[in-house]
Write a protein that binds this ligand. Structure first.
Ligand code: BG6
Length: 492
C-alpha cells in the first residue's frame, strides 16, 4: 500500500459531530503543524448541518489547544483554516455526493500531477456507514490514478452476524487494502511499545509464559459515567465499548507469537492466529462464571446510570465488566487473563499488570511477587516490581521498583495523540495498527456468546451488581480477581 506524499484531499464525514471536533480535526491540525500532511493537502468537512465557513472553522478548531498563549500555534490555526472548507449534504442522497465530488475536483484542479489522492474519514454514526460507503464509491471515487482510502471506526456491528453484514456490505465497494478500521488504542504510544518491549528484550521474552507468569490483569478505568451519552451506551454496554476491541487488542499483542517481521500482514497474521485459538479451542470462549458485571449507582453527589433520562428505566446494561479469558496453547495454558473495564470509577487509568509466580519457598517467606506494570495512560510508564535487600546492616527483602516513567526518563518527548499517529499511518499506507476484517470477525466470535447472554437472547438477563459512582468498582471484584490467582502485594 503506497505512501501518499502530495495532491491529497481529506474529507471528514460527520464534520459537525463530536468525534470530528474532539479528535479528528485536532489530530489533522497537529500533523499539519509538524509538517506531516502531504504537500498541498486540503481538508473538506462534510455533514448534514448547514453552516457557513466561519462556523465550521470555529467548530473544527475549538479543541485545538494552546492558541491563546502561543502565537505560533495561533498562526498555524489560521493557516489550517485556510486549508479547510465545508460542504453540507445528506448521507443517503447520491446528488449530494455529486456536489461533494464537484468541490473535490475544484480543489484538485490546482494540482499539477495527474495522481490525485482522496481520503474519506468516517466520523459518523454506524447507521449511515453503508450508504456513505456506497455513495462515496459511486460518486466520489477517483478512477483516474491515485489512491482512494476510507477510514472507519467502531461500532462495527453489535455481534458476529451484524458485524459480518457490515463487513460484507462495505466490502462490495471498498477493498481491504483501501479500508483502514480504527481501534484508537492501537495508536497509543504504550500499546505500540508492547511489540518492542516483548521482542527486543531477551530478559522479558524468557519470562513471558506460564512458567513464570501467574496471571495478567488488563484494566481500563474512567472516573466519569455515561452522562449525556447514556442512550447510545445502553445499546452497547461496556464490553462492546471497551473490551471486545481496545482491551482485546492489547491482549492479542501481549500474547501472540513473534511475527516474522514488522510488516502489517505479518503482525496481523499472528494476532489473528492467537484470537482464532481463543475462539475455537474453548467454547464458549468466555464462560459465564468467568464474568462479573456491574452498574454504577448514585453516590458522592453524582447520578447513577439509571438516573440518566436517556437510559431506559430498569436497564441491566453493564457499565462495569470483569471477564477472564484463557489461551489454550503451550505458552499460556492455565494463565488467566482478566480484563476489567468500568465507567464512573475512582480514577482514570489504563494498565496491564503482569503478575509473576511466587519464588520457590524456602529461604524467603511471604515475599512480594514480581509485577511488570505497563501503564498505558495517564502518565505513561513501565515499572517492574522487584524485591531488594534493605540497604544497611540487616538482610531483609523489601519490595521496590525499577521505574521507567516516561515523564522522568524521556524529558523532551512529546507523546502523540492516538489519532495523530493513526491518520499518519493512513497517509503512509501502513495497516499494522488497523483492524483487519478477519481480526474483527474473530473478535466478535469470542465475545458474541457472552454478549447474547447479557442481552437476554439466551435466557433471562443477568443482573449487574451495583457499585457506587466514584468507587473502585463492585465490592465483589477483589474476590473475583483472587479466584484467578491475583495476590495483592502488601504495598500495591
Ligand atoms: C471509546 C469509548 O472507544 O474509548 C469511550 O467509546 C471511551 O466510551 C473511550 O471513553 C476511551 O478512550 P481514551 O483514549 O480516552 O482512553
Amino acid at each position: 500500500t503506497a505512501e501518499i506524499k502530495d495532491n491529497t484531499v481529506i474529507v471528514v464525514l460527520g464534520a459537525s459531530g463530536d468525534l470530528a471536533k474532539k479528535k479528528t480535526f485536532p489530530a489533522l491540525f497537529n500533523l499539519y503543524r509538524q509538517g506531516f500532511l502531504p504537500r498541498g493537502c486540503r481538508i473538506i468537512g462534510y455533514a448534514r448541518t448547514k453552516m457557513d465557513k466561519d462556523e465550521f472553522h470555529k467548530r473544527a478548531t475549538s479543541y485545538i489547544k494552546g492558541a491563546d498563549e502561543n502565537k505560533d500555534i495561533a498562526n498555524a490555526v489560521e493557516a489550517f483554516k485556510e486549508l479547510s472548507t465545508y460542504v453540507a449534504g445528506d448521507y443517503e442522497d447520491g446528488a449530494a455526493f455529486d456536489n461533494l465530488r464537484t468541490h473535490i475536483e475544484e480543489i484538485e484542479s490546482s494540482y499539477q500531477a495527474k495522481e490525485r489522492n482522496r481520503i474519506f474519514y468516517f466520523a459518523l454514526p454506524p447507521t449511515v456507514f453503508i450508504p456513505v460507503a456506497k455513495n462515496l464509491k459511486e460518486h466520489c471515487y477517483n478512477n483516474k490514478g491515485g489512491v482512494n482510502r476510507i477510514v472507519i471506526e467502531k461500532p462495527f456491528g453489535q455481534d458476529l452476524d451484524s458485524a459480518r453484514e457490515l463487513l460484507n456490505s462495505v466490502r462490495q465497494f471498498w477493498t481491504e487494502d483501501e479500508t483502514f478500521r480504527i481501534d484508537h488504542y492501537l495508536g497509543k504510544e504504550m500499546v505500540k511499545n508492547l511489540l518492542v518491549l516483548r521482542f527486543a528484550n531477551v530478559a522479558l521474552g524468557a519470562a513471558w509464559d506460564k512458567n513464570s507468569i501467574s496471571n495478567v490483569q488488563i484494566t481500563f478505568k474512567e472516573p466519569f459515567g455515561t452522562e449525556g451519552r447514556g442512550g447510545y451506551f445502553d445499546e452497547f454496554g461496556i464490553i462492546r465499548d471497551i473490551e471486545q476491541n481496545h482491551l482485546l487488542q492489547v491482549l492479542s499483542i501481549l500474547t501472540m507469537e513473534r511475527p516474522v517481521s514488522f510488516a502489517a500482514e505479518d503482525i496481523r497474521d499472528e494476532k489473528v492466529s492467537l484470537l482464532i485459538l481463543i475462539s475455537s479451542s474453548l467454547y464458549p470462549p468466555i464462560e459465564r462464571n468467568d464474568v462479573l458485571l456491574g452498574q454504577y449507582v448514585a453516590a458522592n453527589g453524582k447520578p447513577g446510570y439509571l438516573d440518566d433520562s436517556t437510559v431506559p428505566p430498569n436497564s441491566t446494561c453493564p457499565t462495569f465488566a470483569a471477564a477472564t479469558l484463557w489461551i489454550n496453547n503451550p505458552r499460556w495454558e492455565g494463565v488467566p487473563f482478566v480484563m476489567k473495564a468500568g465507567k464512573a470509577l475512582n480514577e482514570a487509568k489504563v494498565e496491564v499488570r503482569i503478575q509473576f509466580k511466587d519464588v520457590t519457598q524456602g529461604i524467603f517467606k511471604d515475599i512480594a511477587r514480581n509485577e511488570l506494570v505497563i501503564r498505558i495512560q495517564p502518565n505513561e510508564a513501565i515499572y517492574l516490581k522487584l524485591n531488594s535487600k534493605t540497604p544497611g546492616l540487616y538482610t531483609r527483602a523489601i519490595p521496590t521498583e525499577m521505574d521507567l516513567t516516561y515523564k522522568r526518563r524521556f524529558l523532551e518527548a512529546k507523546i502523540p495523540e492516538a489519532y495523530e499517529a493513526l491518520i499518519l499511518d493512513v497517509l503512509r499506507g501502513d495497516h499494522s495498527n488497523f483492524v483487519r476484517n478477519d481480526e474483527l470477525d474473530v473478535a466478535w466470535k469470542i465475545f458474541t456468546p457472552i454478549l447474547h447472554w447479557i442481552d437476554g437472547r439466551s435466557g433471562p438477563k443477568p443482573r449487574p451488581v451495583p457499585y457506587p459512582y466514584g468507587s473502585r468498582g463492585p465490592k465483589e471484584l477483589d474476590a473475583f480477581i483472587e479466584k484467578y490467582g491475583y495476590r495483592r502485594n502488601a504495598e500495591a
